[in-house]
Design a protein around this ligand. Sequence first.
Ligand code: NAG
Length: 199
Amino acid sequence: MEGSSSKYLITFLLILVAISSCINSGMAGKANRLSTEFIRTSCKSTIYPSLCFSSLSAHANSIQTSPQLLASTALNVTLSSAQSTSSLMVRLSKTRGMSPRVAVAMTDCVEELSDSVDELRQSIAEMGNLKGSNFKLMINDIQTWVSAALTDESTCTDGFQGNSMNGKVKTTVRGKIVKVAQLTSNALALINRYAAFHD
Ligand SMILES: *[C@@H]1O[C@H](CO)[C@@H](O)[C@H](O)[C@H]1NC(C)=O
């Protein structure tokens, strides 16, 4: 008798656990859908909305519906892409047998990408320090640094224009830097949006 009533109790508890985990995952799913919609809507204010959405939607759980977390995540994603492109450029710039013109463009680009990585890092650090009283001043600094990073990246891609460029360098390198510049432009748009919300 006792054995069968404890069996009932266990069954009852298992059902309870199952029900509550259903409710929990339902709520998590709803929060995730809400965040995904928030990201999609916010990305519409950027110049490259589909890149914006594809680069940020994987972080929906941590972004939730916060314009600040959206902007900082966009900055972090941009930094990691800029860093890997920057190291690729450093490796490629040591390649032998490049034409002088390509070699110069590569050397300049390594410098410009390294500057843009520094500017993005500085912005991320400041993003973590944003305080009520100094908000305007700090967000202004961030906007200035991210704009400077975008200028550096654009100067780099400009160096790879023209017909004398080797086909492989042009497609692999230029394509990657263009993507970093597009991510940076999107991050800047999301920072501007966040700053406007805060007014
Ligand atoms: C972005 O990166 C910084 C530095 O690694 C980190 O402290 C911060 O939490 C990250 N922000 C988000 C939203 O992931």
